[in-house]
Design a protein around this ligand. Structure first.
Ligand code: GLP
Length: 247
């Protein structure tokens, strides 16, 4: 695994944006796997800057988001579809029809999950997957205990995740308790992965995922099984690492 430790989240965003842009320029119809949360935001801001400066083209890019809350329509301010439009898609030259976010309102969520996997397969799989990590070690909405071979499915959120994410809702009772999430097995099929992390509240999860055993108890540790993962970590989230990653 490649580990890049940086001083601040702006640098994290620039480094990750450049890593992915380099691959995007090599291949038309690039398939991006995208994440929500605060961690990828500095990277999205850098992509927007690059796009406006004519340095990065999204016109033939295809995207698949990791997850979505069950029960929130795309128009809801806290839906992940709304987040992606507001923080990236509305500001770059991407074709909205080529952007995919799981449908939290699907009448038959199980059938939807299967169809979502099939759509990813149909375009040849994900070229570069963007990830953040939850304070409990989750990736996407694969909570501790999720099978390392899991596929896209409906999941129950843990109390800790509901509490962490309640900062975006008026009341904790308003946070959905279920989500559609790509599985860990789905994520590991991406050709390349970048994990973005910052903040002291992530230091435990980062240390366990990078240096602990591979275990379903820490879903982020599954990345140790993938051959092309880059972690871009702001130093405040790297304080509990013990191995010599800084060379
Ligand atoms: C949510 C998302 C995850 C994300 C995590 C961390 O639960 N489902 O994909 O990685 O939160 O979010 P943040 O980057 O805001 O800390």
């Amino acid at each position: 695994m490649q580990v890049i430790i940086v001083r601040g989240k702006e640098e994290m965003g620039r480094r990750a944006a450049a890593l992915i842009a380099e691959q995007m320029r090599r291949r038309p119809h690039f398939v991006l796997g995208l994440a929500t949360g605060s961690s990828p935001l500095p990277m999205y801001q850098e992509w927007i800057r690059m796009n406006k400066a004519g340095e990065l083209d999204f016109s033939t890019t295809i995207t698949f988001n990791l997850d979505e809350y069950v029960g929130l329509p795309p128009t809801h301010e806290q839906s992940y579809r709304h987040f992606m439009n507001a923080n990236l898609f509305d500001h770059v030259n991407i074709a909205k029809a080529a952007t995919h976010v799981p449908d939290g309102m699907a009448a038959d969520p199980e059938a939807f999950c299967e169809a979502y996997e099939a759509m990813i397969d149909d375009v040849g799989g994900i070229d570069y997957q963007v990830l953040g990590i939850g304070s409990n070690g989750h990736i996407a909405f694969n909570e501790p205990g999720s099978s390392l071979a899991s596929r896209t499915r409906v999941v129950n959120l843990t109390q800790r995740t509901i509490k962490d994410n309640s900062r975006f809702f008026a009341r904790v009772e308003d946070v959905p308790t279920r989500a559609i999430s790509m599985g860990i097995g789905t994520i590991l099929e991406a050709e390349r992965i970048v994990m973005l992390t910052y903040g002291a509240n992530k230091a435990d999860a980062v240390a366990k995922a990078l240096e602990g055993p591979v275990t379903a108890t820490v879903p982020g540790s599954a990345l140790q099984l993938h051959p092309k993962v880059t972690w871009v970590i702001v130093e405040d989230a790297a304080t509990k690492l013990k191995l010599e990653w800084r060379r």
